[in-house]
Design a protein around this ligand. Sequence first.
Ligand code: VGL
Ligand code: ZN
Length: 243
Amino acid sequence: MRASASSVSRRRVVQSIMALGLVGVMGRPLRAAGTIKPDARSALIVVDVQNCFVDGGTLPVKGGADVVPVINKLASHFQNIVVTQDWHTPGHASFASTHAGKKPFETVGLSYGTQVLWPDHCVQGSEDAALHKDLKLPTAQLIIRKGFHKDVDSYSAFEEADRKTATGLAAYLKARSIDTVFVTGLATDFCVAWTALDARKLGFTTYVIEDATRAIDLNGSLAAAWKQMAEAGVKRIQAGDIA
Ligand code: VGL
Ligand code: ZN
């Protein structure tokens, strides 16, 4: 039996949707696989892929090392790559050990607001603070270190936790005409989220590549971070979405 005109055109529509890879899976937003193409105005930001945040480190993030091969592969798609390092002084204000009677993962009030307290981690110049040995980013152009003021933390790669002190990253990117950032690394719900939220605030088109991140997830912090990022217009994508 010959197909009717309407069934032919319906089939064509279905075929072109399939060809574009626009097949939605369980409520995920429809997006063609491999269709986001970073250009000269795009930068990959690799947040805190350091020994401290993987197994054997001082503040290990579950599955943290799994992001390394994903990020190494993503790197080939980017002309601009920025790497960050959490880079604390000994006795840093974000360390529980600095505050008498406090334990890691409790909070304390500091001059700029509530601070989560962490185990001592990523101390400047230590092996713990070094980049993961398997991270291969030979084309990266900038390493930005943050959290080096003893009394102020800095989850964000753009602005310290006092919400006043800039790291200089925004000016660097803008001076180089970069208007779009793709954020990866550790941890999704702290340094990645704060970096992505600040990027939006500063006017960058902002993507977080979810499978190139891993989370700490402290008291629901991961769900809260994704909600805040969605509200701020951060685009949540997967590594396979990048062409
Ligand atoms: C981070 C907690 C403390 C992070 C840094 O990189 O997400 N988290 N310092
Ligand atoms: Zn830190």
